[in-house]
Design a protein around this ligand. Structure first.
Ligand code: MG
Length: 465
């Protein structure tokens, strides 16, 4: 048994809620006090609480519950469910807030807490700061013994969510095709929803990594080309029409074609945006700074426009609301359909993909070939954390001129430069002492050239800092 002293962290919330290594950066007292902080912030009311399948989840959820109840807040415990289900039910049943115990796609030793508002949006940075202030002050409400909150349970959240999803898509058309679909929930919370949703759509469902397991024995929790080998094989073996993979808390979804090609989220967003724009009055599509140019081009061709936000689903949701956007999303597999709610909605994305396949009679592979794929390169350069700020501001003054032919310079999240040949995004990592570079170009030559120029500028700036 180790004795561990949890260091006082300077910042509780990261890009999306609290996400930390259990036993090193996070302990139960923090969960207890987060519960008390939320209870104090709300003053009164009812909170819906749920968790993903992580080993630490039940314990952390119980500590949060104790904290909330001690301030007089009632808690409805929904057990293990996907994050989008928590957000949706919080809105639908008009709870005062939702709490999800999850570390999303991070490795199993991580735990975390994400907060949701009644309107189904994750807590904004402003709301997180307010919560953090109460947490740091330790000035918590204390309910009298006979005014403590009550705890009850909800076991129907997933069923309610599935029923609502079926009302938002053309069920009959999808059902008529009886698609064969391979689902890979990655032993995460989607085990409880996606296979059953597919069954309700009359799909022939094959599931791999389909048992809830917080050790994530089947694969890494982040669904990408490297972690989806088994899914690709199973699609080929079964002759399936579509592969579907999720991360640990199932707020992300990645689609794989009938040929076994893992499709980047921004191409799928482009495909679904094209459809949405053809029937919607709103012409705005919201995405993050790291999405492909192909999304902008597709949206423009369909008569719409794109808005870019910093990385993070809440940032996208905020802009979707502000701009009355028709759809929002991130390249990593986040889809936001504001007509449904404001949290990521991977399951509706799956329904929409199947609907499109059923209506057009085309395979998913055929549909995505209409959205070109530009070469994308990534790189990182070591940079001490305390030098990141000065290095980034120096790069901002030098890099645009070196890249040349500049159409647009974005500083919403790091430094983004779009030229006539492609774009580059330079961002300091939030978790490692590195500066990350992502480039995309219309040709291999173009993207290699942009990457080389950027690497040289970043390296020399770091060296002279
Ligand atoms: Mg996630």
């Amino acid at each position: 048994m180790n004795r561990i002293v949890i260091p006082v962290t300077e910042k509780l919330f990261g890009t999306t809620g609290v996400r930390k290594i259990y036993g090193e950066e996070f302990d139960l007292e923090m969960a207890l006090n987060l519960g008390k902080a939320l209870g104090t912030h709300l003053g009164k009311g009812t909170v819906l609480l749920a968790r993903d399948a992580r080993i630490t989840g039940l314990m952390v959820a119980n500590a949060l519950t104790s904290g909330l109840v001690s301030t007089g807040i009632d808690v409805i415990d929904a057990g293990i469910i996907p994050t989008p289900t928590l957000a949706f039910i919080t809105m639908k049943q008009k709870f005062d807030a939702g709490i999800m115990v999850t570390a999303s796609h991070n490795p199993p030793e991580y735990t975390g807490v994400k907060f949701w508002s009644r309107n189904s949006m994750g807590f904004t940075q402003g709301e997180e700061r307010e919560l953090e202030k109460i947490y740091d002050s330790k000035q918590f409400n204390v309910a009298r013994w006979d005014e403590l909150g009550k705890v009850s349970h909800n076991e129907s959240a997933v069923d309610e969510h599935i029923d609502a999803l079926l009302e938002m898509c053309d069920v009959d058309t999808i059902r008529s095709k009886s698609f064969r679909v391979v689902v890979d929930p990655g032993n995460g919370a989607a085990c409880l929803l996606t296979p059953y949703l597919m069954q309700r759509l009359n799909c022939q469902v094959v599931t791999i990594n389909g048992q809830l397991d917080g050790h994530f024995p089947g694969r890494r929790s982040e669904p990408d080309e490297d972690s989806l080998g088994d899914l690709i094989q199973m699609i080929k073996k079964t002759g399936a029409a579509l592969g579907i993979a999720h991360d640990g808390d199932a707020d992300r979804i990645v689609f794989v074609t009938e040929k076994g090609e893992v499709v980047r989220g921004d191409r799928t967003i482009a495909l679904l945006a094209q459809q949405a724009l053809s029937t919607s009055k709103s012409k705005t599509v919201v995405t993050t700074v790291d999405s492909s140019l192909v999304l902008d081009e597709t949206v423009e061709r369909a008569g719409g426009n794109t808005i870019r936000t910093p990385v993070g689903d809440i940032q996208v949701a905020v802009k979707v609301v502000e701009s009355k956007g028709v759809i929002g999303g991130e390249a990593c597999g986040v889809f936001i359909f504001p007509d449904a709610h404001l949290a990521p909605e991977p399951f509706l994305a799956a329904c929409k993909v199947l609907e499109l396949m059923a209506r057009t009679g085309k395979s998913f592979g055929e549909l995505v070939t209409t959205i070109p794929q530009y070469p994308l390169l990534k790189s990182k350069i070591a940079c001490p954390n305390d030098k990141k700020e000065s290095v980034m501001s120096k790069i901002a003054t030098v890099l645009p001129e070196k890249v040349g032919d500049v159409k647009e310079v974005l500083t919403v999240d790091g430094l983004g430069i779009t030229s006539n040949q492609g774009w580059v995004l330079v961002r300091p990592s939030g978790t490692e002492p590195v500066i990350r570079i992502t480039c995309e170009g219309q040709s291999k030559n173009a993207v290699e050239k942009i990457l080389k120029i950027t690497e040289e500028v970043v390296s020399s700036t770091v060296a002279s800092a």
